[in-house]
Structures are given as C-alpha cells and as structure tokens.
Design a protein around this ligand. Structure first.
Ligand code: NAI
Ligand code: MG
Length: 498
C-alpha cells in the first residue's frame, strides 16, 4: 500500500483500503505540511487512522483544480443529460459500496451500523440520484417586452463552490451539498469535518470511478480554523455553503463579506415539539422520543424542547420515561440492539455533560439519566429534564446530545408564543387531532420545517432550512437548486428603432 492508503478492518469484520490523503484533481495527495489528524472510534477512544490535513496552500491547490475544471470543455460543455448520467453512476457506485461506507461512518462517528446502513446510506444515494435527474431540467425563461424586444434568461452555474460539512451525518451531508452543486454544473471543494473524514475520502475513489473529470469534485480534510477558513477566504471561491454551528456560521459570514461571496448556511436549532391534550398520546411519545434521542441527539433539527399541555403532563412524562427505558439502549455501533451509540468526540461528550450540570445547577429536575454511561468511550445516558423554566440555558441553547427538556403550557396561544421565544427557527412539531389547530399552529410557528404528528421527517424532494439564526437558504428539493445557479438576463433587440 502507498503511504496514502491504509488497510483497515472494522470491529464488524469488514475490510477495505482507506485513502488518507487529500483528494484533489482525482488523485490522493499528501498535505503540503505533512500534518495529519487522527480519526478516533468514539466507542473505544482508539485511533482508526491518521488523515492528512489541508493547509491554506493545499486549499489553494484544490481551488485551482476546481477553477481549471470549471473552464475545461470536458465539464463546461458537457450536456446536462450526460452530467446526469455521471451523477447516476456515482449514486450506483455508492450503493454498490454501501456496506463499507456505512461501516466507516459507524466507526468514525459512533452511530449504530444498522442506522448508517438503513438510514444514512439510502439518504445519500437517493439524494445524488434525485439531483442526477435535475441536470437536464434546469433552464431559463423567455420574456417578451415590446414588439421589437424580448429577453431570455440563462441559469448558469455560480462557479467554484466551497462546501463545509459537519460530522453528524458525514455522507448524507456531503450528498445534500454535492447533489445540487453538481446538477447545476459548478465545481466544488468540499471540506469534511475533521472528526469524520474517512467516508468522504472513500467517496473520492468513487468520484474517479464514476468518470467525473479531474478537479470537478475535490475533497479536503482539515481543521475549521485553518482549512475551513482558508476556503471561505479564498478570493477565487465564488460561493460558500456551510452546515454546522451558528457561531461558526457567523464567522463564515464575516469572512465571506471580504469578497462578497454568495452564502448558504444551515446552522443550529432548539426545535420545539408541542403536545396538545387531544393528541394520540402514544404517537406523541414515540415521535418525541425519536425526535431528540436518535443519532445520539446530534441532529440540528432535534426536537429538544418538548412542551406538553398541562392536562396530560403527568401521563406524558411517565410514558416518555418508559419509552426511554424500553428503547434507548446505549451500546457500541456494532451491537444490533444498540439505539444510542457514543457521542462523536470527547469535546462533544464534555460539552453535553457540562450542560447536564448546568441544568442541575439551574434547578431543573433530572427525570432520568444525567450521567455518563460506562467507563470507556463517549457514552452518555439519555437524559430528561423536567421543571424547566424558559430562562434556563438548557431550554435556550443547543446541547446537541441525548438531552431533552419537558415543560408545560396551558393554552394554544401560550404554546406558540413560547415555542417562538428563541433565536433559532429550524424545525417544530405539533401533536393534535384537531386539523384546524394543526395547520394554524404550523403556519404560526417560526421555523423552516413543521412536522404535524411527527418529528424529523426529511426527504430529498422537500426543501430543508432555517429561519432566524438557524440559517440562510434552502437545501434539497427543487429549492436546493436556487443556491447553486444564477440567472443571467439577455436582452435582445430585433428591431431597428431606438
Ligand atoms: P462547527 O460549526 O465548528 O463545525 C462544522 C464544520 O465547520 C466543520 O467542518 C469545521 O471544520 C468547520 N469550521 C469550524 N470553524 C470554522 C471556521 N472558522 N471557518 C470555516 N470552517 C470552520 O461545529 P463543531 O465545533 O463540530 O460542533 C459544535 C456545535 O455545533 C455542536 O455542539 C452543535 O451544537 C453545532 N453543530 C451543528 C450541526 C448542524 O447540523 N447544524 C452540526 C455540527 C455541529
Ligand atoms: Mg471519529
């Protein structure tokens, strides 16, 4: 094996050759500084592999590759239909390698293997496949203006796009960004999260095998402050798309201002889930548990603030506690029975435990959990807080772990007002059998997505994104194309008069 590939075997027995370089121009290359970052298995705290980390000069090389590819006839003049065929092939290759890719994300991120295989991988494949179908359906309009004149519009790619993704759904987040950016004919430098670079590098092999021209898709691993910041600040990057924390998004917006870059941001949340007393209680408990406890609570749209109508509060919390007991089995990624794996890193683990301490010291009651789980690995007990006040930090701030607050309300007006009393606006759930109320509340809630009698539904065909400080722009669906194409108006004068 070359110095840029290691042979790996995961605890589930699966073996593969893992690239560890930077994927630029369809080749794996070492970082110019030789700097590497260790990828850790959060269940055992053992190193999986050391992966090259990009410096500013590596980012420059990747951007140059993307710029050259953008102008190259093999990409620029490729008909949309053929671009769609390339993308469909890419989706097929991901599907053919789905067990290996799911193993990598499970190992590197800590999510249960069965979840990676049956949720993350289909989402990844479906998203790329869906956008492959858009490639030859992106076109402008013809607009008549006067008898002599008309205009037509061209929908053109934005250019070289820098994309920065987080670690909670490595492959799916890559697909959400790669699907529309490629469908619109851009070229891309995508920076994986330094906590979970392995599956993205493995995708690099498939990019090449699918037949994308060199430089169209480049993958770089690296630290946010170094590689991420270099990508955002690069003068030859036309657009930046980011998913991650609101704090980092704020920094990105500032950096992007220097060259007035087009930006799309998908950031944090503290999504409310409202349970009215006319709901199907069993359903409400099932979805509200899943809405915060799945993916180890590491979901931007997690419904982390549950508000229950006072009349059914006692019944709800008893049933919720039972649901945690019955369903939230904590364990490693490979055990079929595991519902909740370890948190992704020591940093996230520490941060969540410190929020749990904050909740205690603020005077909230720990209904269940509230501790680390076991002595090795970044495991945390699913934790439920009751007696929570709206002013508490655990009610206001994104914890990004298996920690939920449950509080009460009396009227619909109060519920909506308190649901909206946040700087965030990503998702929101409402549980009721009253159709009129369901749609009234859905309309009144300040969020990008609303789930009626559900939580966390997400689909490649449906727009996804936030209002307020949860983001700018939309991903997925037809709306996702807006972020990656720009409209040019061409005015045509057919007459001879002025
Ligand atoms: P982060 O927002 O700092 O990292 C996300 C991505 O941004 C990573 O690829 C990182 O390398 C990059 N990045 C970091 N600083 C950057 C900079 N200055 N310039 C350019 N790129 C930069 O999130 P982090 O530190 O991993 O997690 C902290 C908190 O963020 C979590 O506890 C959670 O609350 C939130 N978060 C939200 C996510 C979401 O899906 N909306 C995903 C991950 C984290
Ligand atoms: Mg890891």
């Amino acid at each position: 094996m070359s110095g840029l590939t290691v042979e790996l075997q995961a605890p589930n027995g699966r073996k593969w050759a893992q690239p560890t370089g930077l994927f630029i121009n369809n080749e794996f290359v070492p970082s110019s500084t030789g700097k590497t970052i260790e990828s850790i298995d959060p269940a055992t705290e053992q190193t999986i592999a050391s992966v090259h980390a990009a410096s500013a000069s590596d980012i420059d090389a990747a951007v140059k590759a993307a710029r050259a590819a953008l102008k190259h006839p093999s990409w620029k003049q490729l008909p949309g239909t053929d671009r769609g065929i390339l993308m469909a092939k890419f989706a097929d290759l991901i599907e053919q390698n789905k067990e290996t890719l799911a193993t990598i994300d499970a190992w590197d991120n800590g999510k249960p293997y069965s979840v990676a295989l049956t949720e993350d991988l289909p989402e990844t494949i479906n998203t790329i496949r869906y956008y492959s179908g858009w490639c030859d359906k992106i076109h402008g309009q013809t607009i008549p203006t006067s008898p002599q004149k008309f205009a037509y519009t061209l929908r053109q790619p934005i250019g070289v796009v820098g994309q920065i993704i987080p670690w909670n759904y490595p492959l799916a987040m890559a697909a959400w960004k790669l699907g529309p950016v490629l469908a619109c004919g851009n070229t891309v430098v995508l920076k994986s999260a330094e906590q979970t670079p392995l599956s993205i590098l493995k995708l690099g092999e498939l990019v090449k095998e699918a037949g994308f021209p060199p430089g169209v898709i480049n993958f770089v691993n690296g630290e946010g402050r170094e590689a991420g910041a270099a990508l955002v600040q690069h003068a030859d990057v036309d657009k930046v798309a980011f998913t991650g924390s609101t704090g980092t998004a704020r920094e990105i917006m500032k950096m992007a201002a220097t060259t007035l870059k087009n930006i799309t941001l998908e950031t944090g949340g503290k999504s409310p889930l409202l349970v009215f007393d006319d709901c199907d209680l069993e359903q409400a408990v099932r979805w509200s548990h899943m809405g915060i406890m799945s993916n180890q609570g590491q979901i931007c749209t997690a419904t982390s603030r549950i508000l229950v109508q006072k009349t059914i509060y006692e019944r709800f919390i008893e049933a919720f506690k039972q649901q945690v007991k019955d369903v939230s089995k904590v364990g490693d990624q490979w055990d079929e029975a595991t519902y909740q794996g370890p948190q992704v890193t020591k940093a996230q683990y520490d941060r969540i435990l410190s929020y749990i301490e904050t909740g205690r010291s603020e005077g909230a009651t720990v209904l269940c959990g509230g501790q680390k789980h076991g002595d090795k690995g970044f495991f945390i007990q699913p934790t439920v807080f009751t007696d929570v006040k709206d002013s508490m930090r655990i009610y206001q701030e994104e914890i990004f772990g298996p920690v939920v607050t449950i509080s009460t309300f009396e009227t619909e007006d109060e519920a909506v007002e308190r649901a909206n009393n946040t700087t965030y606006g990503l998702g929101a759930s409402v549980f009721t059998k009253d159709l009129e109320r369901a749609h009234r509340v859905a309309s009144e809630i300040e969020s990008g997505m609303v789930w009626v009698n559900s939580s966390q539904d997400c689909d490649y065909r449906i727009p996804f994104g936030g209002v307020k400080q949860s983001g700018i722009g939309r991903e997925l669906g037809e709306a996702g194309l807006e972020a990656y194409s720009q409209t040019k108006a061409v005015h045509v004068n057919m007459g001879t008069k002025l």
